[in-house]
Design a binder for this molecule. Structure first.
Ligand code: IMP
Ligand code: MG
Length: 184
């Protein structure tokens, strides 16, 4: 699926497929260095982080394990509710593990600060966060994000895992939607 398949729904491409690939490779090299000799566990946050996890994990040289959580903070709208629910928990215990949370986007940061506190309470050796995208509001919450792909403006974006009402996740780039999409 690409921009030709969504007709006039797309307003603009913000980050291209090529830019994402290049940046994820840089981040993977950094993570390989930082976790050398460690037994890394990647924790992907469903569903948005699926594409980031798929491409980032394959860019790593580290033979990391992978686990998934599903949390909900948004419903089908475009504003964070601040209320986080676990829809699917990790399969495995993370006691004494070096955990790297893999995220698609940090907006208000509410989801992430809740998630970090939740994972930290389970006795891991470490918990760090990697996100492809970060919006300006994220700076307001006091949560440390070790690896950031791109800082983007305060716009609602879709593609590369990110949805609007569950659609547009499969676009290979990150872009914004035309106003008529939100009003229909
Ligand atoms: P936060 O709690 O406000 O940081 O938002 C966290 C979650 O909201 C992200 O993991 C996304 O699933 C969703 N989200 C935030 N901003 C956007 C966006 O621009 N497009 C699509 N989903 C978003
Ligand atoms: Mg997410």
């Amino acid at each position: 699926m690409d921009e030709n398949d969504v007709g006039s729904d797309l307003e603009k491409v913000l980050i291209t497929e090529e830019q994402i690939r290049t940046r994820l490779a840089e981040m993977a090299a950094e993570v390989d260095r930082d976790y050398a000799g460690k037994d890394l566990l990647l924790v992907g946050v469903l569903k948005g982080a699926v594409m980031v996890m798929a491409d980032f994990s394959r860019a790593l040289r580290t033979n990391a394990e992978m686990d998934w959580m599903a949390v909900s903070s948004y419903g089908s709208g475009t504003k964070s509710s601040g209320v986080v629910r676990i829809l699917k928990d990790l399969d495995k215990d993370i006691t004494d593990r070096d955990v790297l949370v893999v995220e698609d986007i940090i907006d208000s940061g509410l989801t992430l600060s809740w998630l970090k506190a939740n994972l930290s309470s389970r006795g891991p050796a470490s918990v760090q966060v990697l996100t492809l995208l970060r919006k300006p509001d994220a700076a307001k919450v006091d949560v440390d994000v070790r690896y950031v792909g791109f800082d983007i403006p305060n716009e609602f974006v879709v593609g590369y895992g990110l949805d609007f009402a569950e659609k547009y996740r499969a676009l290979p780039f990150v872009g914004t939607l035309a106003p008529h999409v939100y009003s229909s």
